[in-house]
Structures are given as C-alpha cells and as structure tokens.
Ligand binder design. Structure first.
Ligand code: 5GP
Ligand code: ZN
Length: 112
C-alpha cells in the first residue's frame, strides 16, 4: 500500500522518533505547527477515526494512555493539545490515522 505513514512505521522513510513500541510510533512532524509537534500513529494501517472498528480500537486506547508519557518526555508540563483530523473538511492529508500532539508554547484559544 502506498501510505507514507506505513512506510515510516516500517523504517522505509526516515523520521525523528520520540517514542516507539511494538504497536505504535511517535515522531516529529516534518512541518511543525507549534514549537513541539509530534504525530502518534499505530504501526498497523487504519485510515482515520472514521474507519475504527471494535477489532482495531484497542490500539487507540494504547495510544491515549501513552500520549501523557510522550508529552512528559517532551517536557510539555504546562499542557498540550491532541488532535486527529478526519476527512476533507478537517484537511486530513495523510490517510493513516494519527494524533497530533501540539505544545511547547501557548496555543491559540480558537481551534479552527
Ligand atoms: P493531517 O493533515 O493528515 O492531519 O496531518 C498530516 C501531517 O503529517 C502533517 O502535519 C504533515 O506535516 C505531516 N507529514 C506529512 N508527510 C510527512 C513525512 O514524510 N514525515 C513527517 N515526519 N511528517 C509528515
Ligand atoms: Zn498506512
């Protein structure tokens, strides 16, 4: 499958990793929109939140319990934002589910 995040998960495209285990990977966004901008992905391909099913939802729980650990390791002690864009209206540009962690500075009050 021609998916850049699958290729990043497989090590075929280089990335700046900040966390990895057998199920998930976190790496720095190539085009950061905040001082700290990290993407967290499952290694197994899921297109978006819209494509979650009971069979593959466990990895999302794992991502969410790991995000605070990643945030702590990145020094985000005064908060951060977690976002997942879904589909064209949300400007999802990579069709492999991912959660943005944004922080390291005061973020805008408005989210869109
Ligand atoms: P989306 O717009 O789908 O919510 O987010 C996709 C994100 O992936 C964007 O913030 C974009 O900068 C990032 N991105 C796209 N291609 C690459 C890449 O090859 N490497 C890394 N590290 N980030 C990427
Ligand atoms: Zn993929």
């Amino acid at each position: 499958m021609d998916c850049i995040f699958c290729m990043i998960a497989e090590g075929k495209i280089p990335s700046t990793k900040v966390y990895e285990d057998d199920k998930i990977l976190a790496f720095r966004d190539i085009n950061p929109q905040a001082k700290v901008h990290v993407l967290v992905i499952p290694k197994a391909h899921i297109g978006s939140v819209d494509e979650l099913k009971e069979e593959n939802v466990d990895v999302v729980s794992h991502i969410f319990v790991t995000i605070p650990k990643i945030a702590k390791s990145l020094g985000l002690s005064s908060g951060y934002r977690v976002i997942s864009n879904v589909g064209p209206d949300a400007c999802q540009s990579v069709h492999h589910i991912h959660f943005h962690i944004l922080g390291g500075e005061q973020l805008a009050e408005k989210m869109c």
